[in-house]
Each structure stands twice: as structure tokens, then as C-alpha cells.
Ligand binder design. Sequence first.
Ligand SMILES: NC(=O)c1ccc[n+]([C@@H]2O[C@H](COP(=O)([O-])OP(=O)(O)OC[C@H]3O[C@@H](n4cnc5c(N)ncnc54)[C@H](O)[C@@H]3O)[C@@H](O)[C@H]2O)c1
Length: 397
Amino acid sequence: MRILQLGVGSVGEVTARTVAGEPEVSSVVLADIDEQRTTEIAAKLPAGKVQTLTLDVTDRKALLRALKGVDFVINGLTPDVNMDLMDACLETGTHYMDMAAAGPRNVVGTADLDEEFALDAKFKQKDLSALVCFGIDPGASDVFARTLYDQLDTVERLTVFDGDNATADGYKFAAAFSPTTMIEECLMLPPIAFENGRRILRKPLSHSKEFEFPAPIGKLKVWNVDHEESQLMPMFLAGKGLRDADFFIALDDDWVNLLLTWRNLGFDHNQEIELGDARFRPLDLLVSRLPKSIDLIGKLHGYTCVGTLAEGSLDGKPVRRFMYQMTSHDEAFAKHAVQGTGWQTGVPAACAAIMFAKGLIPERGILAPECIDPQPFLELMTRHEMPWHVIDLPPCD
Ligand SMILES: NC(=O)c1ccc[n+]([C@@H]2O[C@H](COP(=O)([O-])OP(=O)(O)OC[C@H]3O[C@@H](n4cnc5c(N)ncnc54)[C@H](O)[C@@H]3O)[C@@H](O)[C@H]2O)c1
């Protein structure tokens, strides 16, 4: 299978390196707007299997040329480009995968998951698959939810928790993945939640609580933010009595105060503002003061944990079962010269691509992580140094 890796940032590097080692993958084309980055990453892939391409993905003609002869494209860019890429894949007959969704249009001006799922019939007509939201969260978190769902008799609540206790050398504020995506999902997008069996919208940064992550992280304050799982889990895992589905991420107080101040200044939107002769988006101003994901390589110290808590019952007894993956930023750097979040996101994406290459995802149309067979995915995670764990928590919150 010939793969085009679009975007070789923090996540794309890991995905490309992981898929390239598989016998079913004949070649990997690394494409990025940043030529130097593609050259650097190419040197880390098996010789003879890799090509590089300098590409601005917004140049449609160049994108269509890049897709020629490619079987499968991995989108490691920000999700505002998803629809254009999916449309290009439909035109060139290429299977597609991404790691996140954007939107909704009325808030950030880009397509959301609902618009992506609306392409299901078109992908099926062309005998193509589009694997959407295959990172760590969304991605492995949804596979964890599906695994726990299969184990339990009833599942009333599914909650994804994302906690990171890392410090960043030299930075007061840092997001371990694309800061644009991070700020949009925390500050601008009203979190979609599934509450009492209904899809509702909450106000950004309106719900928080404490959650005890497994050691060595421990207790962190977590905030409900907009995330794909709150939509995906009720779409596919509602059949055993699901009433609530949510996503919470740990944010430290300084970061929350910064975001709330930004909101109080009226900057919680992605429109341009005028200042003198200049026009710019306040979002871009804030992002310009933050490190990029790749700037943090070797500078993060601590652990990142993503897990899904299923609350339901088994054999008539209440169960609270937590399935999670824990990555050490320091170990990811020492072993692979990447930062932990890039590693934790890129490997599950690669596992899905490898499953596809092995013919283990024969379905066509738009496929969420809940739709694939969890077993080979989990086995591949373990094989690629992404161990996961399952623990039963005490009965009550
Ligand atoms: N599901 C998850 O668990 C999860 C976690 C982290 C990140 N993500 C997704 O992965 C995406 C990438 O994250 P990252 O940390 O690797 O970001 P990054 O900024 O490190 O990488 C993005 C890459 O895209 C390239 N690029 C930007 N504009 C381009 C263009 N027009 N044409 C071609 N290349 C272009 C950049 O040069 C960069 O190398 C995020 O935006 C997010 O959507 C998902």
C-alpha cells in the first residue's frame, strides 16, 4: 500500500515512522509545506521506502497531483482542511484517514463531524473508506469505549479523561498539540454533551471537576471541552442504556485564567479585528506567543494519560471500569526523540492505517474508531510500544 502522509509535524512524524516499518506498506510520501521538515523526517524512515514532497495542501491542483497513485492518505494537518481533502480523495479514488474534526460552521466556519458523516454514501459509491478521528483522543479513547461497551451488560455513562502533568522547559504556557486546535476546543466551541439521552450544547469552560488519574499522575482538575467523543460514543454505543457521554481535559489554573481573560476581552472568536492599519485574528496573536508542538520536543517532563471510564453493570453488579494509555514525555524523547503527545497520537493513527493495509478494515464509507474491530487495534498498540491498561474503580464518584 502506498501512503501519502500529509503534514509531518509532531504527530505526522510518528505516524509516518510507524507505518513505514510494516511489510504491507510499500512506500510513504512525506508531504508538508515545510520542506526542511520533510527532509529531516525522511532521514528517519527506512531507505528505499520514502519520498518527500513540498506541498501547500490548499493548492488543489498540486494536491490532486500528489494523490495520484496513492492508495491511502493520512491527514496530519489541522482539521479545517478535512473536507477539502476528503473531496479530493473522492475525486482521485484514495482512501482517507484523519485524527480530528473541526467545525461547526456557525462558530469556526469549517465543516464538523456531521458534515463529514454526510459524505458516507459518496465514499461507499466509490468503494472508498474514510477513517475519521483516529488519534489518541479521539481515536484510541473511542476504541477503549467500544471495548468496555462490549464487556459490560449495561453502559449508562461514558466519559473520556485526558490528563497531563508535564512541565515545559522555558515556557509558562504550552499546549502539547496544535495550540490553535487547543484554544478553539477549550474557548470557542460550546462543548457538545450527551446528557440524559439528549445532545446538548454547554458554555465553554463552564463545567469542571477533579479526577484521580492512575499513578504517577494522580488527582487533577479537569474541564469539559468540546471533543469528538461526546458525539461519536452516543452515535455508536447507545444500545446498552447510554444516558451520558462527556469529555474532560486537565487544564492548570494559569491556563484557564488566561483563556477566561481572553474571553473577557471579547476575543473568544476566530474573526479578524482591526487595530490601526492592521487586521488580524486575536486567536493568531495568542497562538504566536505559544510554542509549536515540535518546539516542545525534549522539553516536556511528566506524563500524559488518556482513558475512558464506562459506568454500567455486569452480572447485575455496578461497574466503573477505566481503560487507559499512559505515556511518559521523557521516555518518548529518550527512546524516539519525539514528545509524548505526538507519540501517543501518532501511534494509534498508524495502528489504524496498518489495520487497513492488512485488510482488517474491509468496511467502506465514513468509519469512526467505534466501528472497527478493537482487538487487532489494541494488539497493534501494544506491539508499537503503546501499552494500555484496564482497572475497576470504586463504585461511587
Ligand atoms: N486525536 C488526537 O488525539 C489528536 C491529538 C493531537 C493532535 N491531533 C490532530 O493532529 C493535528 C496535527 O497536530 P500536530 O501536533 O502534529 O501539529 P503540528 O503543527 O506539529 O503539525 C502540522 C504540520 O502541518 C504542516 N502544514 C501546515 N499548513 C500546511 C499546508 N497548508 N500544507 C501542507 N502542510 C501544512 C506544518 O508545517 C506542520 O508540519 C492537530 O491539528 C489535531 O487536529 C489529534
